[in-house]
Ligand binder design. Structure first.
Ligand SMILES: [Zn+2]
Length: 343
């Protein structure tokens, strides 16, 4: 089969690899119909150290179950399924608590697991705990939105929940990438009264407004902090969604949160330390981490099927598998917001 491998920063290749097969009795093999490139794939694209073997890439997919192991009971061959970016057994203490990204037997696609979804097929460990069957056909117009359940919509939801978004709250979203935009959707869905998006890319800002952003802050650094304070009566936002992961974006998030506020952090940290003094004296709640996307699918899926939310609008480019290297280049140059891969 064909699969995407990254050999070093900037070096993405689509190559022929051994076919995905069932190894454990709890596995499924999924024939991928839709995958995508994630903002988090751009971190290794900028920094990955060269290796001979390469890293299998891709952690978001929709596909058709091709085969299942003897202990798989919730999905069967022929089912259309969505695959969250982490696999999880669905039975351990953390899965029961809804934190599947801490599963005792879990792991992440597109990382060190050797399993990647930017490929014709992928082996899915713990298929029962990981996959969710979709009640539509693979050519359904909702496919881009359904694909966001694999990561960015669930991650935006996680940021909003960790930041304690709720009715009447003021919310600030740091980052205008796909996760930040899905954070806007989540904040609106959870009843936020004011949603401030921090970003400067015209098309992304326009989409944020359509998703429910009420205010836009295009300044950076101290000027951005001032503007958010002005927009929130001088106090700062109740809830801040940190959707970037850089030291500067975390600092901005801390500065624009009001005393007693909460920050939901979902950008994978690239550097930096937590400013202990400031977060202490502002009584800030800082929460977040890898989103348990699997936990949020049952809640978000009906809203997508009903057309109440349209997170699939974050995709602004479609490529085939052989064009994936070009897709990485386009996203890295910010020519594309999020790239959909169709197979
Ligand atoms: Zn588990």
């Amino acid at each position: 089969m064909r699969a995407t491998l990254m050999y070093a920063a900037g070096d993405v290749r689509v190559e022929t690899v051994p076919d995905a097969t069932i190894i454990d009795s709890t596995d499924a093999v999924v024939r991928v119909t839709h995958a995508c490139i994630c903002g988090s794939d751009l971190w290794p694209y900028k920094t990955l150290k060269p290796s001979e073997t390469g890293r299998r890439m891709g952690h978001e997919a929709i596909g058709v179950v091709d085969a299942t192991g003897s202990d798989v009971h919730t999905v069967k061959a022929g089912d259309l399924v969505v695959m969250p970016f982490a696999f999880s057994d669905g039975t351990c203490i953390f899965c029961h608590e809804g934190l599947q990204t801490a599963c005792l037997h879990g792991g992440f696609f597109g990382m060190d697991s050797g399993l990647g979804a930017q490929a014709e097929a992928v082996r899915v460990p713990y298929a029962d705990g990981t996959l969710v069957a979709l009640p539509v056909g693979k050519d359904d117009a909702l496919m881009p939105s359904l694909l966001t359940l694999a990561d960015v919509m669930g991650t935006g939801q996680h940021a909003a929940l960790m930041a304690k978004v709720g009715p009447g709250k003021s919310v600030a979203v740091v980052g205008d990438g796909a996760v930040g935009l899905c954070g806007v959707i989540a904040a609106r869905r959870l009843g936020a009264e004011q949603i401030i998006i921090l970003g400067r890319h015209a098309e992304r800002i326009a989409l944020a407004r359509e998703f429910g952003a009420t205010d836009v802050v295009s300044e950076r650094g101290d000027a951005a902090v001032e503007r958010v304070r002005d927009l929130t009566g001088g106090y700062g936002a109740h809830s801040v969604l940190e959707c970037v992961g850089l030291a500067e974006s975390l600092e901005t998030a801390i500065n624009i949160a009001r005393p007693g506020g909460a920050i939901g952090r979902v950008g994978v940290p690239q550097s930096g330390t937590m400013p202990a003094q400031q977060t202490f004296f502002k009584n800030l709640t800082i929460a977040g981490g890898p989103a348990p996307a699997r936990a949020y699918i049952p809640e978000l899926l009906p809203d997508i099927l009903a057309g109440k939310i349209q997170p699939g609008r974050v995709f602004d480019r479609v490529v085939g598998l052989d064009e994936v290297p070009e897709g990485y280049r386009a996203m890295n140059n910010r020519e594309a917001l999020k790239v959909l891969i169709t197979l």
